[in-house]
Ligand binder design. Structure first.
Ligand code: NAP
Length: 272
């Protein structure tokens, strides 16, 4: 199934979508789905080389693309990328805050600096993106979607740093939905489940057969795809979701309903 089997290929024609961390994985999948329905897409990340490769893939879809390296922890650099994207492609109408850091580490092993680094990328980086895009989103009465994770509301082994960071992201999302609702700006989060062929899965479910076992433990009996998440992101930013703000939309095949036990067994088995 292609997104254009359901949504018009012109749904986001004339809309600029800015995606932090858009050079790879789930965020690149989101970028491709927006491009497929006509959006002009801007991406940032730390590596210009990675962004250039992603931008080339996005251009093949056929709409304008902008890529500028910026570390989301560096407000001035991110603000410059967001301003340049708006000037190049048109005023930003959708922000996806997807950049994140993750690695498995027990709470006693992670260094304070490692813990801070994840909080800085996820929480501070998400705020930086929202704050820098605000003037443009106010003009377009646009929307922000934060990419969260199940660790925000469920305890996982070796994920104390991510749990704290993503819970912070979701609460930031709710507070911004309240503060910026008067400008017509909608704010929501997506919680992806275990998504195949991503860096997150490679790091959190390593080891022979781990991902297959995890897939069988998901109620829908499969891992998600980057397109599963990309389509949800398009829906949330679309007029179909015009009265949806302050929501955490879980797209995980039902994985969270069964707790983190299977993941704990896999992670402990593979890592501990
Ligand atoms: P990924 O490919 O590693 O995506 C993370 C992106 O963020 C990369 O493109 C990375 O590019 C960028 N990034 C990291 N630090 C940055 C920084 N300081 N400044 C700017 N960009 C930065 O991993 P993914 O697994 O697809 O994850 C994407 C999102 O989905 C994350 O928010 C993650 O928490 C969430 N998520 C993933 C899963 C999963 O199953 N994979 C499940 C739940 C939630 P550079 O390294 O070039 O900067």
């Amino acid at each position: 199934m292609q997104i254009t089997d359901v949504f018009s290929k012109d749904l986001f024609r004339g809309t600029t979508v800015f995606i932090t961390g858009g050079g790879s994985g789930i965020n690149l999948g989101i970028a491709k789905n927006f491009a497929a329905v006509g959006a002009s897409v801007a991406i940032c990340g730390r590596s210009q080389e990675r962004l250039d490769g992603a931008a080339a893939e996005l251009r093949e879809i056929g709409n304008p693309v902008f890529a500028q390296a910026a570390d989301v922890r560096d407000y001035a650099a991110l603000e410059a990328a967001i301003t340049n994207a708006g000037q190049t492609l048109g005023t930003i109408g959708v922000l996806i805050a997807g950049a994140a850091g993750n690695f498995p580490a027990s709470a006693e092993a992670i260094t304070p600096n490692g813990f801070k680094s994840v909080l800085d990328i996820d929480v501070l980086g998400s705020f930086h993106a929202a704050r820098a895009a605000f003037p443009q989103l106010k003009e377009t009465r646009g929307s922000i979607t934060f990419i969260s994770a199940g660790q925000a509301f469920q305890a996982y082994p070796y994920q104390a740093h991510v749990g704290a960071a993503k819970a912070g992201v979701d609460m930031l999302m709710r507070d911004l939905a309240v503060d910026w609702g008067k400008h017509g700006i909608r704010c929501n989060s997506i919680v992806p489940g275990p998504i195949a062929d991503t860096e997150g899965m490679r790091r959190l479910a390593p080891g022979e057969g781990a991902q297959g076992k995890l897939a069988r433990a998901v109620p829908l009996q499969r891992l998600g795809s980057v397109d599963d998440i990309g389509r949800v992101a398009v829906f949330l930013a679309s007029p179909l979701a015009s009265y949806v703000t302050g929501t955490v939309l879980v797209a995980d095949g039902g994985q969270n309903l069964l707790g983190s036990g299977m993941w704990a067994a896999l992670a402990m088995g593979a890592l501990g």
